[in-house]
Design a protein around this ligand. Sequence first.
Ligand SMILES: NC(=O)c1ccc[n+]([C@@H]2O[C@H](COP(=O)([O-])OP(=O)(O)OC[C@H]3O[C@@H](n4cnc5c(N)ncnc54)[C@H](OP(=O)(O)O)[C@@H]3O)[C@@H](O)[C@H]2O)c1
Length: 270
Amino acid sequence: MEKQDVIPRMGFGTFGRNGKEGIDAILCALETGYRHLDTAQTYDTEFEVGEALRRSGLKRDEVFLTTKISTDNFGPGALVPSLEKSLEALRIDQVDLTLIHWPAPYGRIPLEVYMTQIAEAQARGLTRLIGVSNFTIALLEQTEALLGKGKIANNQFELNPILQNKKLANYCQEKEILVTCYLPIARGMLSDEPVLRSIGEKHGETPEQVAIAFELAKGYCTIPTSGRPERIRSNFKASSITLSPDEIAAIETIDRDHRVVDPDWGPKWD
Ligand SMILES: NC(=O)c1ccc[n+]([C@@H]2O[C@H](COP(=O)([O-])OP(=O)(O)OC[C@H]3O[C@@H](n4cnc5c(N)ncnc54)[C@H](OP(=O)(O)O)[C@@H]3O)[C@@H](O)[C@H]2O)c1
């Protein structure tokens, strides 16, 4: 089995799902059927994820958990203890997938410093799989040269029908690195997209459902979030929609490089 085959493609994002309302939303996602939760040290939702998992009554191995290492924890000797703190907050012994959240701002910490530490965290059993987020092709190449082929299971980056990131996504798929789409419904900006609307109207689906179905049809993992139960459920229903090859081809034409998350300190995008 390929290592990426164990990663459920329909995930639930937890950015903004803080506090009691956050726990309720994450619990609703688990009750709806999501079996992959995406958290991060900087979201401050690791406790909420662990608590929702505990309240759901599901077994630990029934839910795939991803967390991400903050760029603040890249210094020599800092990454492993930070992941141990994440495990404490989640109240688990091992996370399924740990990602480097962003390459070091302005490249100020060499890649070797943090990538060797995340590999060490995996060797110590703190995480089953390791991966990256917001990595460009050049950074993925440097990582492969450092750690060897096949070590990186996943690259998570902004991808949705209006930012299809085809060059990077194709590169990842060639290298058998699973693509995870963040902002998969472009934070609610897809409702007026004519192509998504017309495909959705034919089948009684929302533009957001069509977007999620498109990402899954491309073989990507997708992690939409919402604080509202009806949206948590309708987004999940997209995982049972099958788009025709013509519909997929039509959606491929609406890419317009519409990037939202683009900090000054981030890498130069492909
Ligand atoms: N690796 C990274 O650097 C990175 C960066 C950003 C995000 N992420 C991850 O990706 C996840 C998803 O990204 P995101 O939360 O930024 O964006 P998103 O999932 O594309 O959009 C979420 C927003 O859309 C609204 N929404 C949800 N379902 C909807 C629907 N069916 N129709 C209309 N609006 C809807 C939600 O509002 P309501 O709550 O009001 O429904 C929420 O404001 C995050 O939670 C996080 O886990 C990772």
